[in-house]
Each structure stands twice: as structure tokens, then as C-alpha cells.
Design a protein around this ligand. Structure first.
Ligand SMILES: Nc1nc2c(ncn2[C@@H]2O[C@H](COP(=O)(O)OP(=O)(O)O)[C@@H](O)[C@H]2O)c(=O)[nH]1
Ligand SMILES: [Mg+2]
Length: 182
């Protein structure tokens, strides 16, 4: 069943193909194994995700992160019901994807089943040069207005899954969110 094991915290990981979801989850898993400290080493290779990719991390308690590949979008809503935490990833080096990602995010936020979820919007690939800053992208997609109007509690963070920047903060957010939801 889409809900997975009972008693295990479920987190959904969504965003357009290629934004870095699989690398992020691999890095989070490694980081959680080292209790948030230590060297992450070289970034591991990733392949395009077909279907869904389940990764368990232990951040005080077991949290299962479910990445959903883009080709599964028709059945994404069947996973919403069990989701208390949602990681939504954007590519901070590619502003051309912004409007599509924004529409996707708005769709998720308007879903009744996700009304109770906590949401973390991640701007990934901040190690790459870009002609626009993250602040400019946020304002272009009117993220402050989206956050003010949403039912959900939404936070944002700038990260690099490649270099490891900001990932300890993501791990902390996952811990805090799952502590608060039980
Ligand atoms: N420079 C850079 N590349 C990244 C970063 N995160 C992911 N990538 C690369 O982006 C590509 C797609 O990553 P992947 O995790 O498969 O994306 P997904 O489709 O969202 O799961 C891979 O070549 C990754 O190595 C990042 O923070 N910085
Ligand atoms: Mg993937």
C-alpha cells in the first residue's frame, strides 16, 4: 500500500526531474549515519529515477523519504495521505524551470490531503553560477505571498547537494517536523 510501514515517519520528496532529489537523499542518508558531522566525500553518481525511490534515514527516529519520479505524476496524490513532511526541490541554477515548478508547488499546497503537512522548499545547486540570485527567484515566483496564503507551515533553504552546503539544516528540519507531528 502507498502508506508504507505503520509508525514510520513518511516524508515526500518532490520536484522536477534533474533538480537533484536523488543526490540529496543519498547525501542526507550519509549525513544521518554520521550524526550530522564529518566529511561527506565525493558526490555519488545518480541515475534518473524511474517510479519511486525509497530511502530510510535515522535522524533520532526512522524517517522514510519517498522520492517520486516525474513519470508517476498521475498517481502522486495516492501518496499524499500519509505524508506529514514534504521536501520540494527547485534548481537554483535554472530559472527557466521556475514557473513550471511554481505551478507544481501551488498544486501541492492546494491539495486537501496535504493541508496538515509541513513543507520545506529547497533551492538546490547553489554551488553553480546563475544570472539570478535565489532572492530574485523567490520574488519572481512570489514565494512570500505563497507562504503567507498557504494553510501549511512553509520554510525555505538554500542548499547544494553536491557540496553538502545546508544539508545539516535539512536533517534538523526533518527531525523537528517528525518530533512535532507525533
Ligand atoms: N552542481 C550540482 N549538481 C547537482 C546538485 N544536485 C544534484 N546535481 C546533479 O544533477 C543531476 C541530477 O541529479 P538527480 O539527483 O538524479 O536529480 P533528480 O532527477 O531530481 O533525482 C546529477 O548529475 C547530479 O549530480 C548540486 O547541488 N550541485
Ligand atoms: Mg531522482
Amino acid at each position: 500500500m502507498p502508506g508504507g510501514e505503520r509508525g514510520v515517519a513518511m516524508c515526500l520528496l518532490l520536484g522536477a526531474a534533474g533538480v537533484g532529489k536523488t543526490l540529496l537523499v543519498k547525501r542526507l542518508q550519509k549525513l544521518s549515519a554520521h550524526d550530522g558531522k564529518g566529511d561527506l566525500g565525493d558526490p555519488p553518481p545518480t541515475r534518473p529515477t524511474v517510479g519511486t525511490n525509497l530511502t530510510d534515514i535515522v535522524a533520532q527516529k526512522k524517517i522514510t523519504i519517498r522520492e517520486l519520479g516525474g513519470c508517476m505524476s498521475p498517481i502522486w496524490p495516492s501518496y499524499y495521505g500519509t505524508c506529514r513532511a514534504l521536501l520540494f526541490v527547485l534548481d537554483a541554477s535554472d530559472p527557466t524551470q521556475l514557473s513550471a515548478s511554481c505551478a507544481h508547488l501551488l498544486g501541492l499546497l492546494s491539495s486537501e490531503e496535504l493541508a496538515e503537512a509541513s513543507v520545506l522548499v529547497l533551492f538546490n545547486k547553489t554551488d553553480l553560477p546563475c544570472y539570478m540570485t535565489v532572492e530574485e527567484m523567490k520574488s519572481l515566483m512570489r514565494l512570500p505571498d505563497i507562504i503567507a496564503c498557504a494553510k501549511q507551515c512553509i520554510s525555505t533553504a538554500e542548499i547544494s547537494a553536491w557540496e553538502g552546503t545546508g544539508l545539516a539544516g535539512v536533517l534538523r528540519w526533518l527531525q523537528d517536523t517528525h518530533r512535532a507531528s507525533r
